[in-house]
Design a protein around this ligand. Structure first.
Ligand code: EPS
Length: 402
């Protein structure tokens, strides 16, 4: 079992990702982790914070001489902004009798809930005295740690011929037109220069314009991300128990990303309104690597909670960021009087960054499901199990192996 946790606050010293259950013997390319971290910081619509940060991972454990050892891998990303927050976010007690310190604390205290954010329920639940205690951990800054862990998992998947890509297909009401691509490398080329990681150049410009005008109105925007994965062997995940189903596990991981409100696999929404004959992907014999083929992939690569050999297609829907420059109606804390929500420096639209996070979360779940299917403590053991399964599949999948 692959486990992963994060810790850290938005303006604290830094973030940590802890990945446990990762096999030994994989050569790690740290520059690939840093590339993903850099990509997560990009995208049109982000606020001033990204000019302060230049995220890089420091690998603290679990890797020796460039190769994983099988021990827990911890990755740290420092917050450069910490320099400006040392008193406000100090882990040790500060001297509130010092007028300068006290003034800093009061200035950064959050007293008005932002509707749509974790502020209200978090403050009540944890009996906080300052809404900042919720904001700091609920902030999407945390996703930098997820991206570092995801980039590690992507390297494991790549080692076994799998590839993941993500692109933005909608910002607010602007949808990308359909774009043709065969391989995910081709898709990545198409999104490379788009400031919104969108493969359709016209839509990309229209998305930018919409973000610009929304910005000037003091408002915010969400959007839709599509994540795709190729090369997944048939049978990752399982139909045998609810919590082994891969669609359920992916949905949970994606919905856990800040501001995500819905997930769709393949043509899931279309499927709910149409007849079975229009929805299911018929099977035909084939003589290739697999003894079957299909002419469509409306299921999005998953049937019965398992990969079925087709491309994984999953979409995740993000709501607009809840921190609005113009402030929504809200109440104050702790006296609950009518007051506009606080404005904390924020992004206007973080959909491009979120696409990198969605890709990372899919990588983490797929790596877990892969290790479950081809269990082994080392890459060598996993490779043997993987090869054995490939031989079984190429035999025509006709006989069960004892
Ligand atoms: C965020 C608010 C902003 C974003 C932040 C998420 O941070 P700040 O308040 O420091 O300006 O920039 O995202 C990041 C820092 C990041 O690296 O993604 C929030 O409230 O969720």
């Amino acid at each position: 079992m692959l486990r992963f946790l994060t810790s850290g606050e938005s303006h604290g010293r830094g973030l940590i990702a802890l990945v446990e259950g990762f096999p030994s013997g994989l050569d790690i390319d740290k520059s690939k982790i840093d590339d993903e971290l850099g990509r997560r910081q990009q995208g049109y619509g982000r606020g001033a914070r990204q000019k302060i940060e230049s995220d890089q991972a420091v690998i603290l454990s679990g890797v020796r001489h460039g190769t994983t050892t099988g021990a827990p891998i911890s990755l740290m990303i420092e917050n450069k902004d910490w320099d400006n927050w040392q008193e406000v976010m100090s882990v040790t007690k500060v001297n509130v009798k010092d007028a300068a310190v006290n003034e800093k604390l009061l200035k950064k205290q959050i007293k008005h809930f932002r509707p749509g954010h974790a502020d209200l329920a978090g403050t009540i639940k944890f009996r906080q005295r300052d809404i900042r205690d919720v904001l700091e951990r609920a902030s999407a800054r945390e996703t930098a740690a997820r991206v570092a862990a995801g980039a590690l998992c992507q390297q494991l998947l790549e080692r076994f011929g799998m590839k993941i890509a993500a692109h933005v297909i909608q910002v607010g009401s602007v949808r990308a037109g359909s774009v043709q691509f065969e391989t995910l490398a081709e898709l990545e080329e198409k999104i490379h220069d788009s400031e919104l990681f969108c493969a359709c150049p016209e839509a990309s410009e229209a998305m930018k314009d919409l973000i610009k005008s929304t910005w000037s109105e003091g408002d915010s925007l969400g959007g839709v991300i599509e994540v795709l994965a190729d090369g997944l062997p048939v049978g990752m995940g399982s139909y045998t128990q609810w919590d082994r189903k891969l669609d359920g596990r992916l949905a949970q991981a994606l919905i856990s990303i800040q501001a995500m409100k819905a997930v769709e696999f393949g043509e899931g929404i279309f499927a709910s309104a149409n007849k079975g004959s229009l929805v299911h992907d018929a099977l035909y014999p084939a003589a290739g690597q697999l003894p079957f083929q299909r002419k469509s992939n409306r299921a999005g690569g998953l049937e019965g909670g398992m990969t079925n050999g087709e491309r994984l297609v999953v979409r995740v829907f993000m709501k607009p960021i809840p921190t609005l420059l113009r402030g929504l109606d809200s109440v104050s804390f702790p006296d609950f009087k009518a007051h506009k929500a606080d404005y904390e420096r924020s992004d206007v639209c973080a959909i491009a960054a979120a696409s990198v996070v969605a890709k990372a979360m899919v990588a983490i779940i797929l790596a877990d499901a892969f290790l479950e299917k081809f269990a082994g403590d080392s890459i060598a053991d996993i490779e043997a199990a993987f090869e054995n399964y490939r031989t079984y599949l190429s035999n025509g999948n006709r006989q069960r192996q004892s």
